[in-house]
Design a protein around this ligand. Structure first.
Ligand code: SAM
Ligand code: SF4
Length: 266
């Protein structure tokens, strides 16, 4: 479906949980996180039904995200279920990679072939400082396993202050090049203040070509990361929520005071 600015909306990002095993400084507060009650989180059946109806509206690309998608119980089953939806030509998943060593093979066997792993630095101390609780070696082992298992492409999402000239980003770029991974650099954004920028080496951040809708773990379809607008699939029905989200997708984002990266999915 095209929106009112003639953009073809064909990419659905599905947040399967707002929970995360890390606490990245730019994404989550250290404490005082308000979590979606378990009974409000979309079931796998609901997610698959939404994907199915989205395909009927012209969606082709689906990305599973979060929070951390690999902490959602049964995530491998969800991948398997989404693979049965005819018309999804591109299924991907974005993860912090800390649990990838354990999950790479089952995810691949369930039909996932593309994966994005967040990696901002190759310095273990800095990694710990950014994520508050994470261990860089877990991510590196996860990446090694993903490569061994055959994921292709493996992309690295690297958050930068300004651009990829920064030393940590340069190290990530060199690491990507030597391993056959693709690095993308995401300028640090601030939803409240509407500070966002274009992703270097990838899509995103350019409103004129934005082709996305985002689904939160509790079933709100968001037409734009930088807007408070949202359409509840359970209240409106899936079809109407999709149509309203597309129809009301703003030309350009301004600010979002009602959500955070971890509950909208980045
Ligand atoms: N937990 C998974 C991960 O970290 O990859 C998936 C969800 S996370 C919200 C998705 C992406 O959003 C990650 O690549 C993360 O680096 C990015 N992100 C989170 N907060 C951000 C911010 N303030 N500015 C730019 N990117 C951000
Ligand atoms: Fe968790 Fe990803 Fe947010 Fe980091 S960026 S806190 S890993 S959801």
């Amino acid at each position: 479906m095209f929106d009112q600015f003639n953009r073809r909306i064909n990419y659905l990002r599905i947040s399967v949980t707002d929970r995360c095993n890390l606490r990245c400084t730019y994404c989550m507060p250290e404490e005082g996180i308000v979590q979606i009650p378990h009974n409000q989180v979309l079931t796998f059946e609901e997610i698959v039904e939404i994907a199915r109806i989205a395909v009927q509206h012209g969606f082709e690309k689906v990305r599973i995200t979060g929070g951390e998608p690999l902490v959602r119980k049964g995530i491998v089953d969800l991948v398997r279920m989404l693979k049965t939806v005819e018309g999804i030509t591109d299924l991907g998943l974005t993860t912090n990679g800390t649990l990838l060593k354990q999950f790479a093979q089952p995810l691949y066997d369930a039909g996932l072939k593309r994966i994005n792993v967040s990696l901002d630095t190759l310095d273990p101390q800095k990694y710990k400082a950014i994520t508050r609780v994470g261990s860089l070696s877990d991510v590196l082992e996860g990446l090694e396993e993903a490569k061994k298992v055959g994921f292709n492409p493996i992309k690295l999402n690297c958050v930068v202050e300004n651009n990829s000239n920064e030393p940590d980003a340069q190290a990530v770029k060199a690491f990507a090049n030597s391993n056959g991974f693709i690095a993308r650099f995401i300028p640090k954004m601030n939803l409240d203040d509407g500070v966002f920028g274009v992703v270097e080496g990838g899509e995103g951040g350019d409103c004129s070509t934005c082709n996305r809708l985002r689904l939160t773990a509790d079933g709100i379809l968001k037409p734009c990361l930088f807007s408070d607008k949202g359409y509840n699939v359970r209240e409106l029905g899936i079809q109407q929520a999709i149509e309203m989200a597309i129809k009301n997708k703003p030309a350009c984002g301004v600010a979002n005071r009602s959500g955070e990266f971890y509950n909208i999915g980045g």
